[in-house]
Design a protein around this ligand. Sequence first.
Ligand code: F3S
Length: 397
Amino acid sequence: MQLTLEEKEMLAGGQGRATQKAMQILVALGNIYAAERMIPVSSVQVAGVSYDNLGESGLLFLSEMAEGGGRVRVLTTLNPAGMDIQNWCNLGVQPDFAEKQLRVLEAFSRMGVTTTCTCTPYLTGNLPLFAEHLAWSESSAVCYANSVIGARTNREGGPSALAAALTGRTPEYGLHLAENRVPTFTFQVDAGLVETSDFGALGKVIGEKIEASKAIPYILGVQSATLENLKSFCASLATYGGAALFHMPGITPEAAQFCPPDNQITITQADLEAASHSLNDAAEGEVDFVSLGCPHLSLHEIARIANLLEGRQVKKEFWITTARPTKQIADRMGYTCIIEEAGAKFAADTCCVVAPIQRRFTALATDSAKACYYAYAKNKFKTVFLPFDEVVRLALQ
Ligand code: F3S
């Protein structure tokens, strides 16, 4: 790789131990992917924040980087942590886990990381512009940044994202290069899409069809989509297909640059119904845990929950997962009061996947295809997959 004088100085240790380690990580990555040079990044989003995933070795790495003088050079935010930082007690998190999780956040904070813990950083101040280069980690946010915004990021691991934050650089390969952003397969959608769960099901169908080939989808037939629809679709497409980029004419900014690739598959209503059906392996009567907010809820979605819960009482453990800044606006708008009076719980800063709740419940009800995948794979829950309002209805039964 060609390195600038400053990058060579970082690699030689002239800017401190942590920066040297960070540059070593990036050079190793660049060599693996035959990058020719480093490029500046304008923002970073770091995954691998929950102590449940990091463990002692991850905490040690972060502590060493902080002690080694690591300091971020660009706006850097975090993925969800393993608990609500202010309200962990009420969610059944044990004190020893909380103590470790707080040490993780303290290490990030010492490096200058903004400890906003969310998978929707674009809703809470880490909002890139078209064509900006980023180093983001969370798969749903990476897909959203590349596709919906038209920014450019590979899906970074936690260490490589932190390394980008500490140097302000990332190796130029993959989705940073225009030639790797060209669509390679057309999907014609002949089905009605309204709910976030419809878009989640679509992400599952397309994701499973591209998982092996790693094709970049060019998706025709989607007439309109809200921000909430798109974040749900991105989460599902990334989960089931490992995709970090798609194009949707009329909706995503780069789609207009391309013609639909010749090879084409049609997605029907029956395909979506089959995908939804496959995410239901529990009866509604088995559900003892309800969660909305994968990816983290927008303010608009929280208002919708408040409207549905006002003056009523939930009968099941019901987590509302969102970013702390979004919850603070919900507090001010009175939504939090309505929701908590109904017996539901906010789980800000965290989510039903990264919290330490393995085997604590039997069956989860959600509108998120991604949450269904990890509910089974990580937490060993069965799942009921429903439209958003239906999930709230089930919590009330
Ligand atoms: Fe976000 Fe957790 Fe879902 S990180 S995308 S809410 S699994």
